[in-house]
Design a protein around this ligand. Structure first.
Ligand code: SF4
Length: 1021
C-alpha cells in the first residue's frame, strides 16, 4: 500500500515520520532519506535508515537470495563508465558505424557528454528496444539527425550489452536490476523482510525509482513525504511529475499532528506566499533583511563580521546559524575566512589533490621517464628543484639551481652525476636507479605498482612527522603531505580497477599516457585537511537543505547566473528535442526542470530560517541581482535593500586580516611592519605596480626562468600572437606562457568567433566554386540562391556538430547573417564589374603541418610564421590578398604597428606566390565593403576601392611604403624590437580602454583597480 503525504512549505514531517518508524520493529522498517545528513539524523534516533542506493542494493540482495543464487552486483565508477564507452565508440568508429559522431569520438568532452546522456537515458528506465522504437517514431527529423539518433541508440544498446555480459552495473543499471528482481519476486509470491518503508527528504524520483517504489508498495507499506501543494504550481514544478505518477496508485493521506514550524511573521509570510497566486504584500518585520555589497569578498566579510559579533555577544550559538550558498565551489574561500575570524564551521577544510606538492612530486618522477636530451634534463631540473626535495631527499635545492644556471646540460646523466658530486645525496642515487628502471611502456596496473612503490620508498609521512615535531613545517603542511600520500596510494590501488573492464586496461601504454590517466583520475579528488566541527556554524549548499532548521540563515550569492543557477542540459539533445522525446515516452531532464529545482532550493533556504533570514548579493558589469530578490521584495510593502560595507577602522577589526587591511588603508605602515614583517610591502603592492617596481612589473628575472619562458614561447608565431605582445606584453605572457584563456560564458546566442567562422566557411565554399569567374548583376538571383543554400548547409553542419544551438536566438541571428551575406554578394558583384580582379584561392594555409614554411630571419634570430589567408585575387600577374572581418577592421593608422596581420600576410603571400603581391586589405562583412586596403604606390588605382600606401616610420610619422623591401624593413624594425624585449623578459602590462572585454590577465594586472585609483586621484577629474 502506498501512502502519500503532501507536505506544505511551512510544515515539517520529520518528527511524525520518526514516530511512525519507531512504532515498527527495527528490522522490519527502513527510513529512506535523500541525503547522508538525513540518514545520519534518523540513525541518531535509533531508526534504521538508508539512502535510495542502499535500498536498491538491499532489494536486489533480498530478491535474488530467494529467487536464485545470490546476485553479486558490482557497481562501476564513473571513470570506468567513461573507459567502457570510449572502447565502444572506438570500436564502432573503426567499423565505420559512427558517420555522425565519428570525428568527435576521441575527444574527452564528447565522451563525458555521452556518459551523462547514457545515465539520463538509463534513469528513464528505457530499454535499448524502447529507445529504438521512440527514435523510429520521431517525425520531422532531418537525415543527419536520424543518423545521430541511430548512433545514440546503437551506443546505448552496446553499452547495456557490455554491462550485462560482464555482470557490472552503473547506478541506473542497479535500479533496473532491483526493479526486475522485485517484479520477479512478486510474481513468485515472495516477500521482502520489511513491513514498512518511509521516504523523506525527496522532492522528486526518477522513472526507475518510481517503478521500485510502486513494486515495493505492492508487498509492504510505503509512506512518502513529498513537498507539494496543489495551489502553487509555480513553486512545486520540480515535484509535479512525481506527484502525478504517485497519485495514480497512492492514497493521499492527511497530515495529522504535524508540527507547523514556528517562524516570525515575515518568515511565515515568505514561506506561505512565495509564488502563491493569492499573495498580498504585508509590512516586513526584523525577520527578513536584504543586503547589497560591492563584491564577493565584502559579501562574505560582512556576513562573517555579523556572525562573529553575535557569537561574541553570545546572542546565538554557532549551531543555530547557517550560511547557505547555491554552489559551494563558488565560495571555496569561505572556510579560510571563517578561520580568520575564528568562527567554528561545520565544513571540512579541503584542498584539491592535483594541486598538492606530493601529487606534483609523483607526476614529476614519471615525466622524467619519457623524454630525451635537453627536455629530459629540464624535467630532472624541475623535479630536483621542487621545494619538497628538501624533505624527501634532503637535497639542497639551491645547489641544484646553481648547477643548472651555470651549465647548459643536454645529457641528464651528466647533470645527475654533477648533482650527486656537489650534494653527496645518497637518496638521489637510489631514486635515480629506480627511475631508470621504469619501463617506457607498461600496463596501467604495472605503472600503478611502480608509482606506489616509489611513493612508499620516499617515506614521506614519517619524514613529514619528524619535521613537524621539530617545528620545521606547519601542521597544515604536515597534514597536506600525509593526506596526499595516503590518497595517492589509494588512487593507485583503485585506478587499475577502473581500467579492468576496458581495452586500455589490458593493453600497454606509455608513461606519458599513464601520467595523463593519473591526473585525469585525480582531477576531482580533494584532501580533507581538517574534519568538520559539529558545534560550528553550518555552511551548506541550498541543494542539501531538506528539513533543515536554524534560528538564523544567511543566503549568499543571490545574483543572476549564481542563484538561480541553470545548467545547460547535455548538448547532444537540446531542449526542443528533449520535449519531443518526452512525448515519445523518453523523459530526459531539460533546462526547464532546472528552473523548477532551483526555486525549490531557494524555498528550502528561506524555510530553514525560523527567526531571521538575510539575503545577500553584489552586482557587477556582468550580473545583476537575482530575480528572487525582486520576488521577496514584492511580498512586502516596506522591505528595502540595505547597502552594507564591510570596511572597518583599525579599532573595530574583528580579525587579524581586517586589522592589517585597516592599517594598510590608513597608511599606518610602521604598525603594520611590527605586526608582520613583509606585510607593509604587500599592502603597498598596487602602488608598486603603478610605479612598475621590480617584482611588480610583470618582468620575470633569472636566466633560467627566461630560458624556460623562451622555450615555452617557441619560434612559431601567428599574427595574433605577435599582435598580442604588441598590444600588451603582460597579456602575451599570461596567454602564451601561462596558457590562460579568458573564460567565456556559455549561452544560447552564438559566440562571435563561431559566427565569424561560419561566415568564413560559407564564403570559402562559394568563392571556391567561382574561382577566376567574373560575377555579374544578371546572375544575382541565381547566385543569391546558391549562397543561401550554402549558408543553410553550413548552418546545419554547425548545428549537427553542436557548434551552435539552434534555439530562438539563433533563428533570429541566422536571418541577420543571411541578409549580411546577401549584401556582401551585391557588393562583390559590383567590385567584379568595376575591375579585373578575380579570386584565385581561398583559405590558403601557410606554415602549418609542413605547408609552406615562412621563415623570417630577424636580427640573427629565425622565427616561423603560420596563418591562413582568407582569399587571394589576381589581375594579370598581380595579386591582392583579402581578410574577411565580421567585426571592425583595424584602422590604417595601425598598419605594421598594432595591426601586424595584414603586412605579415602580404609578406607570406609574396614568399609563396610566383607573381607580384601588390597589396591587401580587409573586407568588412557587416558593412559589405572593402576597407583599409594597403597597396604599393605603383599599383594604386588598379583596384576599384579605396587604398592607402603608408606606415609609421621609426619616429612615428606616416611614410610611403614604396615596395615590398620597404615593408619588410618596417616589419623587421617592429618585430626585431619585440623579439628583443621578449628575450629580455619585458612583459609589463600596457592598459588601454579595450582591456576588460577579453583579457585573461585582467584580474592579475589589476588595471581596473589601478586606473580607477588614478582617475579618482586625478584633480582634473
Ligand atoms: S587587462 Fe589590459 S593591461 Fe591588463 S594584461 Fe590585459 S591587456 Fe594588459
Amino acid at each position: 500500500m502506498l501512502h502519500l503525504f503532501c507536505v506544505p512549505s511551512d510544515c515539517d514531517v520529520t518528527d511524525f515520520f520518526y514516530k511512525k518508524a519507531l512504532q515498527q520493529k527495527f528490522e522490519e522498517t527502513v527510513l529512506v532519506a535523500s541525503s547522508e545528513a538525513l540518514v545520519e539524523k534518523a540513525r541518531m534516533q535509533g531508526i534504521r535508515a538508508a539512502n535510495f542506493d542502499a535500498l536498491a542494493n538491499a532489494v536486489t540482495e533480498q530478491c535474488s537470495a530467494q529467487l536464485h543464487e545470490r546476485l553479486v552486483v558490482r557497481k562501476i565508477s564513473r571513470k570506468a563508465q567513461e573507459l567502457i564507452l570510449q572502447d565502444i565508440l572506438d570500436r564502432l568508429q573503426e567499423e565505420g558505424r559512427l558517420p555522425y559522431f565519428g570525428r568527435m569520438s576521441g575527444k574527452k568532452g564528447f565522451i563525458r557528454s555521452v556518459v551523462s546522456l547514457m545515465e539520463q537515458i538509463g534513469s528513464c528506465g528505457a530499454t535499448a528496444e524502447e529507445i529504438e522504437t521512440a527514435f523510429a517514431h520521431w517525425d520531422g527529423r532531418s537525415p543527419a539527425y536520424r543518423q545521430k539518433d541511430r548512433e545514440i541508440a546503437e551506443i546505448y544498446r552496446e553499452y547495456l550489452l557490455y554491462l550485462i555480459q560482464n555482470n557490472i552495473y552503473d547506478m541506473s543499471g542497479l535500479y533496473r536490476v532491483a526493479a526486475e528482481e522485485l517484479a520477479a519476486l512478486r510474481k513468485a509470491g515472495g516477500a521482502v523482510t520489511w513491513k514498512a518503508l518511509y521516504f523523506m527528504g525527496f522532492y522528486r524520483f526518477d522513472a526507475l525509482q518510481l517503478v521500485i517504489i510502486r513494486l515495493l508498495s505492492q508487498i509492504c507499506d510505503v509512506c512518502i513525504a513529498l513537498p507539494y501543494e496543489p495551489g502553487r504550481p509555480e513553486l512545486y514544478r520540480a515535484a509535479e511529475f512525481t506527484y502525478g505518477d504517485l497519485m495514480q496508485y497512492a492514497t493521499r493521506e492527511r497530515l495529522p499532528e504535524v508540527r507547523v514550524s514556528v517562524r516570525t511573521a515575515s518568515l511565515h509570510h515568505i514561506v506561505r506566499n512565495l509564488r502563491s497566486p493569492e499573495m498580498q504584500p504585508v509590512p516586513a518585520d526584523q525577520g527578513i533583511e536584504i543586503w547589497q555589497m560591492s563584491d564577493e569578498n565584502e559579501e562574505m566579510r560582512a556576513v562573517l563580521r555579523e556572525i562573529k559579533q553575535q557569537l561574541r555577544g553570545k546572542t546565538l550559538k554557532p549551531s543555530e546559524i547557517a550560511v547557505v550558498v547555491r554552489r559551494m565551489e563558488e565560495y571555496s574561500g569561505i572556510r579560510e575566512l571563517c578561520d580568520q575570524y575564528g568562527i567554528p564551521v561545520q565544513a571540512e577544510d579541503s584542498a584539491a589533490l592535483v594541486a598538492s606538492p606530493v601529487f606534483h612530486f609523483v607526476t614529476a618522477i614519471l615525466e622524467t621517464v619519457f623524454l630525451h636530451g635537453r627536455e629530459k634534463v629540464e624535467r630532472w631540473i624541475a623535479f630536483l628543484t621542487q621545494p619538497l626535495q628538501k624533505i624527501v631527499l634532503e637535497l639542497p635545492t639551491e645547489a641544484v639551481i646553481q648547477l643548472a644556471e651555470n651549465n647548459y646540460y643536454t645529457e641528464y646523466r651528466k647533470f645527475l652525476t654533477d648533482v650527486l658530486e656537489k650534494t653527496g645525496c645518497e637518496g638521489l642515487r637510489q631514486l635515480w636507479q629506480e627511475i631508470d628502471a621504469i619501463p617506457a611502456e607498461a600496463t596501467i596496473q604495472d605503472y600503478c605498482d611502480i608509482a606506489g612503490r616509489l611513493l612508499s620508498l620516499t617515506e614521506m609521512p614519517a619524514k613529514a612527522g619528524r619535521l613537524y615535531r621539530e617545528g620545521k613545517i606547519t601542521l597544515a603542511g604536515f597534514k597536506n603531505m600525509v593526506c596526499a600520500s595516503r590518497e595517492i596510494l589509494a588512487l593507485l590501488q583503485k585506478l587499475p580497477q577502473d581500467y579492468r573492464f576496458c581495452r586500455s586496461g589490458r593493453q600497454t601504454t606509455n608513461c606519458a599516457g599513464f601520467v595523463e590517466a593519473l591526473a585525469d583520475a585525480a582531477g576531482k579528488m580533494s584532501l580533507s585537511l581538517q574534519p568538520e566541527n559539529r558545534e560550528g556554524i553550518a555552511f551548506l549548499s541550498a541543494v542539501n537543505l531538506e528539513d533543515a532548521s536554524f534560528k538564523q540563515v544567511y543566503v549568499l550569492g543571490l545574483r543572476e547566473n549564481e542563484f538561480p543557477f541553470y545548467k545547460d542540459e547535455n548538448w547532444i539533445y537540446n531542449d526542443r528535442e528533449r520535449a519531443d522525446l518526452a512525448v515519445l515516452g523518453i523523459p530526459l531532464p531539460s533546462s526547464a526542470d532546472g528552473f523548477g529545482e532551483d526555486i525549490h532550493f531557494f524555498m528550502n533556504a528561506c524555510a530553514a530560517a525560523t527567526e531571521r533570514l538575510v539575503l545577500t548579493f553584489y552586482t557587477d558589469e556582468e550580473h545583476n541581482a537575482s530575480p528572487y530578490i525582486a520576488e521577496i521584495l514584492s511580498l512586502f510593502t516596506d522591505l528595502e535593500v540595505k547597502e552594507i560595507k564591510a570596511e572597518t577602522a583599525a579599532e573595530d577589526s574583528l580579525s587579524r586580516e581586517e586589522l592589517e587591511l585597516a592599517l594598510a588603508r590608513s597608511g599606518q605602515t610602521e604598525v603594520l611592519k611590527q605586526l608582520e614583517p613583509g606585510l607593509a610591502e604587500s599592502a603597498g603592492s598596487d602602488r608598486k605596480r603603478l610605479q612598475k617596481a621590480a617584482g611588480w612589473n610583470g618582468n620575470p628575472g633569472g636566466a633560467m626562468l627566461l630560458q624556460q619562458i623562451s622555450r615555452q614561447i617557441g619560434d612559431l608565431f601567428s599574427a595574433s600572437k605577435l599582435e598580442t605582445y604588441r598590444s600588451c606584453p603582460f597579456k602575451f605572457l599570461v596567454t602564451y606562457v601561462w596558457q590562460q584563456k579568458a573564460a567565456e560564458a556559455a549561452g544560447e546566442d552564438m559566440d562571435p568567433m563561431q559566427r565569424g567562422s561560419l561566415l568564413h566557411r560559407v564564403l570559402e565554399i562559394f568563392i571556391r566554386r567561382h574561382l577566376e569567374e567574373k560575377l555579374q548583376q544578371a546572375q544575382y538571383a541565381e547566385l543569391q540562391k546558391e549562397l543561401d543554400e550554402i549558408f543553410d548547409t553550413v548552418c546545419q553542419e554547425y548545428a549537427d556538430k553542436g557548434w551552435l544551438y539552434p534555439g530562438d536566438f539563433w533563428q533570429h541571428d541566422k536571418e541577420q547573417q543571411r541578409i549580411l551575406l546577401q549584401r556582401w554578394l551585391r557588393s562583390e558583384i559590383a567590385y567584379n564589374e568595376q575591375g579585373e580582379w578575380r579570386p584565385v584561392s581561398t583559405e590558403q594555409v601557410f606554415g602549418k603541418k609542413g605547408k609552406g614554411e615562412v621563415a623570417l630571419d630577424i636580427n640573427g634570430r629565425r622565427i616561423y610564421l603560420n596563418g591562413k589567408i582568407d582569399r587571394i585575387d589576381r589581375a594579370g600577374d598581380a595579386y591582392f590578398i583579402t581578410d574577411y572581418k565580421s567585426g571592425d577592421a583595424p584602422n590604417k593608422k595601425e598598419f605594421a604597428d598594432t595591426d601586424l596581420q595584414l603586412p605579415l600576410y602580404l609578406l607570406a603571400a609574396a614568399m609563396q606566390t610566383k607573381g607580384e603581391v601588390v597589396g591587401g586589405g580587409y573586407y568588412s562583412l557587416k558593412d559589405a565593403e572593402r576597407k583599409e586596403s594597403f597597396i604599393f604606390p605603383p599599383a594604386a588605382g588598379t583596384v576599384p576601392w579605396k587604398t592607402f600606401s603608408e606606415a609609421k616610420d621609426a619616429n612615428g610619422t606616416a611614410t610611403d611604403i614604396a615596395a615590398m623591401e620597404d615593408l619588410q624593413a618596417t616589419l623587421w624594425r617592429v618585430l626585431g624590437d619585440m623579439l628583443e624585449h621578449i628575450g629580455e623578459g619585458d612583459f609589463s602590462p600596457t592598459p588601454s580602454k579595450d582591456c576588460e572585454r577579453n583579457c585573461p590577465a585582467a584580474e592579475i594586472c589589476r588595471f581596473r583597480v589601478l586606473t580607477r585609483n588614478r582617475e579618482e586621484e586625478d584633480p582634473n577629474g
